[in-house]
Write a new protein. Structure first.
Length: 274
């Protein structure tokens, strides 16, 4: 059976691990040519290797999504490598938490940069190709082919979360970006939607005592959630557990596929019933 994304080219940021990697592998399974990005080159290359070994098509463009030049870099790479661009998944991100009276300007600006400014720049970099392609197709065929943008938000963005004023603001902002673009680009048959994740089992949501430290500039950031908070909040999820990256990827696939060709400007919470 032909895959849902047969013949499509997709960009997925933050695709070396977690939800991004699961989405990249699922997209490739459904026939997409996938351009993966991650700030760490090694996991991105590993993800590409796994896709190629399974018979898919993929390429890696490592880099920092907050670099002002990155949007043009990855968009141009996708077009040059695979001849076009049909899907953008803005997934890259991390958390750097603090209550507001202890949050520094650096924390605030870093999280807004990765979760809101970076998607804006990538979409803007792709805008000429996407819009001009749609105009040409409408002139030649009477309609443009459907293209997709999937922005990743969070229940912190839809509801707020204590200790995450920066992350919640960035994720709420990307919802505003999503809804605005859906109105601007509907004329080009581009559907723009967002997935707002609750607890998905990735390294960002593991027990902090066992967690990793990531480095952004000179800052060393401990990622993860305190174990006692995990123990307290997991029973509050109606399904009784965190979601898997593969379950998260399924929601992204829906918005990237023809199944959602008349769905735009929407936010889908994937949070186990919360």
């Amino acid at each position: 059976m032909e895959g849902l994304l047969q013949g499509k080219t997709a960009i997925i940021t933050g695709a070396g691990r977690g939800i991004g990697r699961a989405a990249a592998e699922l997209f490739a399974l459904h026939g997409a040519r996938v351009v993966l990005s991650d700030i760490d080159p090694e996991p991105a290359e590993q993800a590409v290797g796994a896709i190629l070994a399974a018979g898919g098509q993929a390429a890696s463009v490592p880099g920092d999504v907050t670099d002002p030049a990155f949007g043009d870099l990855i968009v141009n790479a996708a077009i040059e490598k695979f001849g076009g661009l049909d899907i953008i998944v803005n997934n890259a991100g991390y958390t750097w938490d603090a209550v507001i009276h202890k949050m520094t300007d650096e924390q605030w600006e870093a999280i807004l940069a990765v979760h809101l400014t970076a998607p804006f720049r990538i979409i803007r970099a792709a805008s000429t190709f996407l819009r001009e392609s749609a105009k040409r197709e409408k002139q030649e065929h009477g309609e443009a082919r459907a293209r997709k943008i999937v922005n990743i938000s969070s229940t912190s963005g839809t509801r707020g979360n204590a200790g995450q004023s920066n992350y919640s603001s960035g994720k709420a902002g990307v919802i505003g970006l999503t809804k605005t673009l859906a109105k601007e680009w509907g004329q080009f048959n581009i559907q723009v939607n967002a997935v707002a994740f609750g607890r998905i089992d990735t390294r960002l949501t593991q027990a902090k005592e066992k967690g990793e430290t990531i480095h952004r500039g000179e800052a060393a950031i401990a990622i993860g959630i305190p174990a006692e908070r995990l123990d307290r909040t997991t029973p509050m999820i109606p399904l009784g557990r965190a979601g898997t990256p593969q379950e998260g990827a399924g929601a992204i696939l829906f918005f990237a596929s023809p199944l959602s060709d008349y769905v735009s400007g929407q936010v889908l919470e994937v949070a186990g019933g919360l």
